[in-house]
Ligand binder design. Structure first.
Ligand SMILES: Cc1cc2nc3c(=O)[nH]c(=O)nc-3n(C[C@H](O)[C@H](O)[C@H](O)COP(=O)(O)OP(=O)(O)OC[C@H]3O[C@@H](n4cnc5c(N)ncnc54)[C@H](O)[C@@H]3O)c2cc1C
Length: 399
């Protein structure tokens, strides 16, 4: 097995690393004020980041999922703004991708060009007040009314909601139907009955805007239904397979940068008359950080590789779990290596740690990743309703 990058993958990784290094101005101020840098989003769109997975027929770069992972890792290696990276990931993997896989030709023509040239922003709304991990227990309803559906209910913690032009919204045709009643819709921001507010202040990933989406008797034409009626759980399963595999790929780059900074500090910081890297507790800590990163990278690459296939894989959940847990442990270790400085805002470790903690909850908590893996591996074999992402055959390739 050859795990080397191709020349094309190496070039793309490096190009996005260099782009990333130019982003993230005013990060400390924006982390405080919870503000996304619009200009950075536009620069990513101009550089083709938002076109990476889309077919050439819709103006995309048609990169395979593994190459997308390597490219996003490069962007994360250069870019310190983890909020921007999560925001881009939610747009790419939870909005562009499901439209690509399940959209009609008319829907693809209406949304994909704007989504990849940066003129439209997308958000994916599933979580509700009473249904988080048990996402299929949602109460947002969609009732058929002639050529339209009337949607009512609210969603929360929706990444990009405050800046989104288009939402993929999951609603149930009848709560009694459980997961079999869930249906997906494309809802536009300026439709009557749509409102967004931001109630909760985040601990980390503060430059990624999020908010609550309320739909009050919002009339959505049947041509804006995504996929068939009652196909929502399958659409969500496919979306989660992609999101879980790829949304945290930038964190691989962030971890690499942080480990390099720790190695540099271990050489330059002296205590007891010698560089702290000579103390085994410090060098062992850095070795453990490196091993965790390599494990996370291998699982992400394998998940990306599997997405190009045709059958459901357990590696998306394994990657999400490993990258998020490795990131938390790595940034905590980095904080320790920098001593008191690491506990201040002088170093990125403090902000990176707050950011990484959120990734153990988004896209399903790490408990839920384990639950889904236990089902997919045939350990539990529950007969009840599927948990987030466990329903249906997960992988459908967009081309
Ligand atoms: C940074 C961030 C971004 C997000 N972006 C979006 C978004 O764009 N769109 C969106 O719709 N949502 C989004 N979310 C919401 C996210 O999907 C939910 O927070 C997540 O699914 C968990 O739901 P919950 O917060 O209601 O926790 P709960 O489901 O209430 O869980 C509480 C605790 O119980 C545990 N638990 C629950 N059920 C089980 C079980 N069966 N087995 C074991 N443990 C269990 C959980 O692991 C957790 O520890 C985001 C969240 C975060 C943090």
């Amino acid at each position: 097995m050859n795990l080397d990058w191709t020349e094309e993958q190496a070039e793309l990784h490096e190009r996005l690393r260099l782009l990333g290094a130019e982003l993230g101005h005013d990060l400390e101020e924006r982390d405080g004020s919870q503000r996304l840098q619009d200009g950075d989003w536009k620069r990513c769109a101009e550089a083709g980041v938002l076109a990476l997975p889309l077919p050439k027929a819709y103006g995309g770069a048609e990169r395979d999922p593994l190459t997308c992972a390597i490219a996003m890792e490069g962007l994360g290696h250069g870019c310190r703004d983890n909020g921007l990276l999560i925001s881009l990931g939610a747009h790419l993997w939870a909005v562009e991708l499901p439209i690509m896989v399940f959209g009609t030709d008319e829907q693809k023509r209406r949304y994909l060009p704007g989504l990849h040239d940066g003129s439209l922003t997308g958000a994916h709304a599933i979580t509700e007040g009473a249904s988080g991990s048990d996402a299929m227990a949602m109460t947002m309803t969609a009732s058929r009314d002639g050529e339209h559906y009337i949607l009512s209910g609210s969603k929360r913690f929706v990444t990009n909601a405050p800046i989104a032009d288009v939402f993929i919204v999951h609603a149930t045709l009848d709560p009694e139907l459980g997961f079999t009643g869930v249906t997906a819709f494309l809802v536009e921001r300026d439709q009557p009955g749509v409102s967004v507010e931001t109630r909760f202040e985040k601990s980390g990933l503060r430059t990624a805007p999020w908010g609550e989406l309320s739909l009050k008797n919002c009339s959505v034409h049947a041509s804006r239904r995504l996929g068939a009626e009652k196909q929502g759980s399958r659409i969500l399963a496919t979306t989660m397979a992609w999101e879980r595999a790829l949304i945290l790929a930038p964190l691989l780059g962030t971890m690499r940068r942080q480990i390099d900074e720790c190695i540099e500090y271990a050489h330059s910081r002296e205590q007891f008359g010698q560089p702290i890297g000579r103390f085994q507790s410090v060098s062992n800590r850095i070795v453990d950080m490196w091993v965790r990163l390599e494990q996370a990278r291998l699982l992400t690459y394998r998940a990306g590789w599997d997405l190009a296939g045709t059958t459901s894989s357990v590696f998306s959940e394994a990657a999400q779990m490993q990258v998020s847990e490795a990131a938390v442990a790595t940034f905590q270790d980095a904080m320790q290596i920098f001593g008191a400085l690491g506990y201040t805002k002088e170093r990125d470790a403090e902000r990176n740690l707050r950011d990484a903690l959120g990734t153990r909850i988004s896209s399903g908590t790490t408990d839920i990743q384990r639950l889904v893996m236990a089902e997919k591996l045939g350990i539990t074999g529950r007969a009840g309703r599927p948990v987030t992402g466990a329903g249906g055959r997960a992988v459908v390739h967009p081309r």
